[in-house]
Design a protein around this ligand. Structure first.
Ligand code: PLP
Length: 222
């Protein structure tokens, strides 16, 4: 059986990712595409799944459950939206990766639930690189201490860092900041870059990019 052809939008994103990687002297194989499926209809998602895409990102636990719980097999699911502590159990039952660890209360709750399950997801600490009051994420000045606490106090393995730069600022400086914070904390994985800026993120070291609209078109308004 031959693999089905990628959809034109998927192929275009993969081509742009590979070109950005080569331009930065990086191996395209070192950068993962996370297809962000929040609010998308199944008819839009199905062709991309059929084309072989296996890594998906979701913002809400409940929405992700309804979309993926019955077709979970062989996929890597990543939570990229805020996680309330009362949803931790459900999140751990569904997601392979949680990219939005951003406060001690959540770290404690994750640690407790991981202990009960005997299995841990891969974890990313979200950094609020723009220090925007309305946005989730640890402030850059507090992140080293938070990562240490995750490791030493809560016994959590941290795989990498994630950020969503302010909409109205040049993203490059935020990506550079995230890469710097990762380096000084011995972290190799960087989840950064969305439809509008994933090529810039790859230039600054992204190891995964989270792409929605460029794959699926505009989202329905929530
Ligand atoms: C929605 C979302 C994305 C994808 O954004 P697009 O602009 O559609 O590519 C990536 N990351 C996070 C955290 C998101 O909420």
């Amino acid at each position: 059986m031959t693999a089905p052809a990628p959809t034109p939008a998927l192929q275009a994103v993969l081509d742009r990712m590979a070109a950005a990687a080569r331009a930065a002297g990086r191996d395209p194989a070192d950068i993962a595409l996370v297809a962000v499926t929040k609010t998308q209809r199944w008819e839009s998602i199905e062709p991309i799944l059929a084309a072989g895409q296996r890594r998906f990102g979701e913002n809400r636990v409940q929405e992700a459950q309804s979309r993926w719980a019955e077709r979970r097999e062989g996929l890597e699911l990543r939570l990229i939206g805020p996680l309330q502590t009362n949803k931790v159990r459900d999140a751990l039952a569904l997601f392979d990766v949680i990219e939005t660890l951003d406060r001690p209360k959540l770290a404690r709750s994750l640690a407790d639930e991981i202990q009960k399950r005997g299995a841990a997801p891969r974890l990313y600490v979200e950094v609020n690189t723009g220090e925007e009051p309305q946005k989730a994420g640890v402030a850059p000045g507090a992140v080293d201490g938070f990562i240490s606490a995750c490791r030493d106090e809560f016994g959590l393995g941290v795989e990498g860092l994630m950020c969503v730069p302010p909409a109205d600022e040049e993203p490059a400086m935020h990506f550079a900041l995230l890469a710097r914070i990762a380096r000084r904390n011995g972290l190799e994985k960087l989840s950064m870059g969305m439809s509008a800026d994933f090529e810039t993120a790859i230039r600054f070291g992204a190891t995964s990019v989270r792409v929605g609209r460029a794959l699926f078109g505009a989202r329905a308004k929530l």
